[in-house]
Design a protein around this ligand. Structure first.
Ligand SMILES: Nc1nc2c(ncn2[C@@H]2O[C@H](COP(=O)(O)OP(=O)(O)OP(=O)(O)O)[C@@H](O)[C@H]2O)c(=O)[nH]1
Ligand SMILES: [Mg+2]
Length: 243
């Protein structure tokens, strides 16, 4: 069984070295066969050079560079396409942020849960018991909680609370199944793409679970790229898009 860890990355030169170093450390400890993919979206900083340096030293590191900046949603599509080419149905795709807010050592229990409990999706969740957000502004916390109630109401998935977390483990087979059902899992290029995927999966009777995520926002260097108003608008548009 293979585990593909995939990171969308845009202008993360201040964070990506730490993230890749932590993933290398984690890989030495993990019982799984790990591969890594970074999808760079025409960063204007050193991000792709840093990833290339890692790729030269570590055979398990792969880099795809988009030719034009197409936004987070397109990066996730590239990741799904790559995963479907590279993984068998029982293999696992893990997505995580490249901004050093997600601890790769958590992947072990995410994948462990996915397999032992025979789940299709495991989300590293700020809202599971033991999870929290460190260093995040009160307003952002308020938004993410609002999103939780919205999605639990309109797109319920049993055992899922954190719909916008980008730190997730999917069984590769469920992505193929979802693509057969929906043609496109991602129709936005913005930050609402994570929730769109979850909303679509909510219509498919998937088996989901969560592990607690301690979001290490204080470790992140640089400003947030998330556009709040556009993301919220995207959430509401899902009511019409996903039925
Ligand atoms: N490929 C690609 N990745 C992006 C783009 N915009 C952001 N990302 C990456 O997507 C991930 C999520 O972006 P973040 O800025 O961390 O957004 P967030 O986690 O929703 O919110 P904050 O952490 O508060 O900024 C990070 O790894 C970013 O580098 C983009 O246009 N293309
Ligand atoms: Mg982030």
């Amino acid at each position: 069984m293979k585990v593909l860890i995939a990171l969308p990355a845009y202008n993360e030169e201040a964070n990506i070295s730490n993230v890749l170093t932590d993933i290398c450390r984690y890989r030495q400890k993990s019982r799984y066969e790990l591969e890594l993919l970074v999808v760079d979206d025409v960063s204007t900083d050193q991000t792709p050079c840093i990833v290339e340096q890692f790729a030269r030293r570590h055979g398990f590191v792969n880099l795809i560079r988009h030719k034009k900046n197409k936004g987070l949603g397109e990066a996730i599509k590239t990741i799904f396409r790559y995963a479907l080419n590279y993984l068998e149905a029982e293999d696992v795709l893990v997505t995580m942020d490249a901004d050093n807010t997600h601890n790769p050592f958590l992947i072990e229990s995410m994948v462990g849960n996915l397999i032992s409990r025979n789940l299709d999706l495991v989300v590293a969740s700020r809202f599971a018991t033991g999870g929290c957000e460190l260093g995040l502004k009160a307003l952002r916390k308020f938004y993410s909680r609002g999103a939780m109630f919205f999605f639990k109401l309109f797109f319920p998935i049993k055992n899922l609370n954190d719909y916008s977390s980008g730190f997730r483990a999917y069984r590769a087979g469920i992505i193929r199944q979802a693509l057969e059902e929906w043609d496109e899992l991602v129709t936005t290029n913005g930050f609402d793409c994570m929730a769109e995927i979850a909303a679509k999966l909510s219509k498919m009777a998937i088996r989901a679970g969560e592990v607690p995520l301690i979001l290490r926002y204080e470790l992140k260097k640089g400003a947030s790229k998330m556009k709040v108003a556009q993301t919220v608008k995207g959430y509401f548009s899902l009511l019409a898009k996903v039925r």
